[in-house]
Design a protein around this ligand. Structure first.
Ligand code: NOJ
Length: 747
């Protein structure tokens, strides 16, 4: 196929590439594929400075908007060869149309890279990331990314801006819903699973896409939970808490990294040489390319570290940022910087190669249109198999927070159920934020799911209240239907736009008059089940006290109603566990399970100890918590040895028995505490888990193996390694209810 019209032919380029290949000795040490490197060098040698800068420029199309402003001339930019990548454009036909401009109308015909926020599904929408994380099911999380990639690539996309691997202990921060919660260990495993899911084994495979680990770094630690706000932390905290998921994503082969909006210790991430050159490239030997977040180079002006656009661009390119998203700062300033000798063209070459390399890896130079296939699009998008996977994932993402007197599951013989609340007959909110090309009108509301499942049960609906405002006029009707019902399902929470980007809150209680509505209904004395749909931990102490049962459903995606109906009526036994602590009071934030002991550990009887005088230290629900319709008994913990050296290991075994009448799944969790270190250590840290299925009455033995790697941390001198001494190992079904034993790491 001829893709370079009227100008240089692809044959010419590859003839020279082959020549170069023949003349160079490929360096196996570099980690790059020598064949691709030769082609990249060959293309680079043909490019003008402006063409190279084009490859470092990413603009949004006007098809979708994921940031404040657009560049209406993006099509002219494509035709001029001044843009190398486009985002917010999808669909086999539209991507083909834009690709034709790049391939047929520019001098070199270098194909465009199409990116998009395929965060939790493309057309079939899966649960929000925080919800998926609640499943603790790594295989399923990998699977949903794989399906998302199948659908997205069938619509012409090559590159997703996911996974977001920002650890966050900040429920005020709306973007906590886009991540995997508070824990670096769980977050690292999930980040790697997502990368494997999106990218598969081979980027050339038409069903896989390039992934992006974002936002580098420490974005989840925004001061006071306000989005885009400053972060300031020790190198130790950065490396122990915020960086591990990025490292794991890189080890899993992620090909791009996105900068974060925040400044870190005084240096905005997008100008941060320490992050991008020292850590990412030098220490971690990252081989992919770095893209900014939306207009982040321009924002260096507002951060107050750049005097003008040229200066901002200089800081970014020097820091190792390859591609600018949307602000056009590279487009407008890099050439001038080279001409004025403020930066070397070598920097531009390096960045251009990083971008070209991925285009070769995706096979775009062989066939730039290979992803834009109308037939494949029709066949892939929202196919039954994908919806089945979505439903399976949705069921696994729900957490049972409370279930007094086995209120749940409801009997299928029940006659009348009142379904009340602003989230009940609601399709839009079910797919959450960052729902890509998801069509909310195809999502199944809770009410619809219930009716579909059990046509013989009388489900009566009243909205009762909105999520916002103080209008109580709907209470009357809600109470009327509740009075005549055998059970009440109360679907309450936050609208999808109340979390996500630029959706920070100072109040994390249930918004509007929903709690009041719940309390009025509870007074009727009927079995009342709250189904929460929300994007952050909420302070719901009163609900916890008053409701008979509570399900945390987050936003479950396209198949929400079907999944919840299965859970409410016992066809699926909830197995989710919290990936994030639910504070009892906002004033406890940041609160997470892996806190330090302090020099004055809490003692309720001693005044001068670390505690509050107006509230307990304990959260409402601890990390790792979640109930089941059945009960699990943990037998005695046993260790294969109580001593180990750095080169051996200890097996930790525990017997878990399903003592209830339902089959169910339990996430058995292993935590470790280093009792004495050269620096203070957390009271416990998650170091292993296993999700097991047990039939009623069945027993399984779970065995974890502790190795020296599980005991490492950043020591006083910031070297990474373990220290000899005593450790405590904890095992249980959440981070609080655990058994413990001690062992010693010998010198
Ligand atoms: C801004 C967000 O911070 C980022 O996560 C997203 O990928 C980009 N916009 C592109 O939509």
């Amino acid at each position: 196929m001829k893709i370079f019209k009227n100008k240089l032919s692809i044959t010419m380029i590859f003839a020279s590439a082959l020549l170069i290949q023949a003349c160079t000795t490929p360096s196996n040490k570099s980690g790059y594929d020598p064949v691709i490197e030769a082609k990249v060098d060959s293309v680079l040698s043909l490019m003008t400075l402006d063409e190279k800068i084009g490859q470092l420029t990413l603009y949004t199309s006007d098809m979708d908007q994921t940031g404040a402003f657009l560049r209406p001339e993006y099509k002219e930019d494509i035709r001029a060869g001044e843009v190398g990548a486009i985002f917010n454009a999808y669909g086999a036909e539209y991507t083909r149309e834009l690709q034709e401009m790049a391939v047929n109308e520019t001098r070199l015909g270098i194909p465009l890279l199409f990116g998009y926020d395929v965060v939790h599904g493309h057309r079939t929408i899966f649960p929000m990331p925080l919800a998926e994380a609640s499943s603790w099911d790594l295989d399923m999380m990998e699977e949903t990314a794989r399906v998302a990639a199948r659908e997205a690539t069938a619509e012409g996309l090559h590159w997703t801006f996911a996974p977001m691997v920002d650890v966050s202990r900040e429920p005020r921060w709306g973007r906590i819903v886009e991540g995997s919660g508070e824990d670096p260990y769980l977050g690292a495993l999930i980040g790697a699973a997502k990368v494997r899911g999106f990218q598969g084994d081979d980027l050339r495979d038409l069903h896989t896409m390039a992934a992006t680990a974002k936002h580098f770094a420490a974005y989840g630690a925004a001061k006071a939970g306000r989005d885009y706000h400053t972060t300031d932390m020790s190198d130790r905290e950065l490396r122990e808490v915020y960086l591990p998921p990025f490292k794991a994503a890189i080890d899993a082969g992620v090909v791009s990294i996105m900068t974060s909006f925040n400044d870190l210790n005084g240096v905005p991430a997008t100008a941060n040489e320490y992050l991008f050159r020292d850590i990412l490239r030098e220490e971690w030997e990252f081989k992919g390319f770095v893209v900014t977040d939306y207009t982040a180079i321009m924002e260096l002006l507002y951060h107050g570290v750049a005097e003008d656009p040229a200066h901002a661009s200089e800081l970014a390119i020097k820091a190792g940022i390859d591609m600018s998203m949307q602000d056009g700062f590279y487009h407008q300033n890099l050439a001038q910087l080279v001409e004025e000798d403020r930066i070397s063209e070598r920097l531009i070459n390096e960045a251009t190669k990083n971008v070209l390399r991925i285009k070769f890896q995706l096979g775009l130079f062989d066939d730039p249109f290979r992803y834009s296939d109308v037939d494949r699009q029709k066949a892939e998008v929202m196919k039954d198999e994908h919806l089945e996977i979505a439903k399976k994932m949705a069921k696994r993402s729900v957490i049972l927070l409370k279930n007094d007197d086995q209120t749940l599951p409801l009997s299928k013989n029940i006659q009348t159920v009142a379904v009340i609340g602003p989230m009940a007959d609601n399709q839009r909110d079910m797919i959450g934020s960052w729902s890509a090309a998801g069509d909310w009108s195809k999502s199944v509301s809770l009410l619809e799911g219930l009716k579909n499942k059990l046509p013989d049960v009388n489900f009566v609906y009243a909205k009762g209240a909105e999520t916002t405002g103080d209008d109580r006029s709907g209470f009357r009707e809600a109470l009327r239907i509740a009075r005549n019902a055998d059970a009440i399902i109360l679907a309450i929470g936050e609208n999808y736009w109340m979390s996500g980007e630029a959706a920070s809150k100072v109040d994390i209680s249930l918004p509007g008059v929903q709690e009041e509505l719940a309390l009025e209904i509870e007074k009727l004395g009927k079995p009342t089940i709250a189904v929460l749909m929300n994007g952050r931990p909420l302070t719901i102490n009163t609900l916890d006290e008053k409701m008979d049962a509570i399900l945390e459903a987050w936003y479950l995606g396209t198949t929400t109603g079907d999944a919840l109906a299965d859970i409410l009526f016992g066809d699926y036994n909830p197995s989710g566990k919290l990936p994030v602590t639910f504070p009892a009071h906002l004033g406890q934030v940041p609160i997470h399970y892996d806190m330090k002991n302090t020099g004055r550990p809490m003692d309720p009887n001693q005044k001068y100890t670390s505690k509050y005088i107006d509230a307990p230290n304990e959260p409402l629900y601890v990390f790792g918590y979640g109930l089941s319709y059945t009960t699990f008994d943990y037998g005695a913990l046993s260790l294969s040895s109580t001593t180990m050296t750095q080169s051996d290991s200890i097996d930790v075994s525990i017997e878990v028995r399903n003592t209830g009448k339902y089959a169910g799944e339990e996430v058995v969790q292993l935590y470790i505490q280093d009792k004495v270190g050269s620096v203070t250590r957390p009271v416990k840290e998650l170091k292993g888990f296993e999700k097991i299925h047990l039939e009623s009455g069945e027993t399984k033995v779970v065995v974890f193996t502790i190795t020296n790697d599980d005991l490492k941390f950043y020591r006083k001198n910031m070297t990474y390694g373990s220290e000899a001494g005593e450790f405590v190992v904890y095992v249980g079904g959440n981070s609080r209810d655990v058994q413990s034993m001690e062992f010693e790491l010998l010198e």
